[in-house]
Design a protein around this ligand. Structure first.
Ligand code: ASP
Length: 297
């Protein structure tokens, strides 16, 4: 029997400044709207995840694709991951500098025998697959140039300080076959050294999916998230608890162990939503039981 599909996306967990709130809400709304009708017509969960994240990466509001935060060397480096609940297959790419949509590269990698590619190897793979190459400067926006200049001047970078304005993106989808997929895409944290990898492209840290429990995507301070296998922890809780309770418990564990901040979205194997965050905001959008797109922070 066909299932009622579900989709939830996020656009980062942090204190979103007033003047940026509307764009975050609109961006999340647009990502859900871009896939909702195809999802109802039977689009597979992993394709829907990819399409939604591509919309968010292309929107320069978010710290993913165009608009990514600048590293200490002044470049944008992107990471993205996708996981498919039925096959338990996982693919991610790291340190992408010359492609707008790393989620598409990760999606292409799902069809290969290997799971994770980084740096020049990932970009060679993208080129082989025919993805359009751009220059790194095309990913850089004025807002991030200004932030970079201010941070450099204040000489402010520390791991704690790194957790400041950014908007990693993610999506979790339950399709009409009852299959789940999850994906996440990020530019990382401002002024991080080139080559720094956070939680996003690591399975069970920023991205996780298993049809028997659920799928989840995280955002927040990567160095903390990866230490508690945040998304895997939340999905394990789904065996015993509701999606809301599972997300809440995962955030509590993250905070108890690392004293850090994050947000998470998830869908369980029955197609029920969960989310939790211990930041001021979590930009997100989903389709409710009436079929309306709800977007909020
Ligand atoms: N989790 C991302 C990272 O640490 C950042 C974020 O979610 O905004 O790379």
């Amino acid at each position: 029997m066909k299932k009622e599909p579900k989709i939830i996306v996020h656009g980062g967990a942090w204190e979103i400044p007033l003047e940026e709130q509307e764009n975050h809400i609109k961006g999340c709304y647009n990502a859900v709207q871009a896939v909702w009708s195809d999802l109802q017509k039977g689009m597979p969960a992993h394709e829907a995840v990819c399409t939604a994240i591509r919309v968010l990466e292309t929107d320069e509001t978010f710290d993913a694709g165009k608009g990514g935060v600048l590293r200490a060397n002044g470049t944008v480096e992107l990471d993205a991951a996708i996981m498919v609940g039925k096959s338990h297959s996982f693919a991610s790419v790291m340190n992408i500098k010359e492609y707008m949509n790393p989620i598409d590269i990760a999606r292409a990698l799902l069809d290969e025998d290997f799971s994770i590619l980084c740096g020049s190897g990932a970009e060679a793979f993208a080129q082989e697959k025919g993805f359009p190459r751009i220059s790194n400067s095309e990913l850089i926006v004025e807002r991030e140039k200004k932030r970079f200049a201010t941070l450099k001047q204040e000489n402010k970078y520390s791991l704690a300080e790194a957790f400041m304005p950014h908007g990693t993106v993610g999506a979790v989808v339950y399709d009409t076959e009852g299959n789940l997929a999850a994906g996440t895409s990020t530019g990382g944290v401002p002024l991080a050294p080139s080559g720094r990898i956070g939680d996003t492209p690591l399975p069970g840290a920023g991205t996780y999916c298993d049809n028997t429990t659920g799928g989840a995507s995280a955002t927040g301070f990567g160095e903390a998230i990866l230490r508690v296998l945040f998304t895997r922890t939340a999905c394990d809780f789904l065996r015993e608890y509701s999606p809301m309770e599972s997300a809440k418990r995962a955030v509590e564990i993250l905070h108890d162990i690392t004293h850090s901040f994050a947000g998470i979205i998830l869908i369980n194997s029955k197609g029920e939503y969960g989310l939790a965050y211990n930041t001021t905001h979590l930009a997100r959008a989903y389709v409710d039981a009436k079929g309306d797109i709800i977007a909020t922070i």
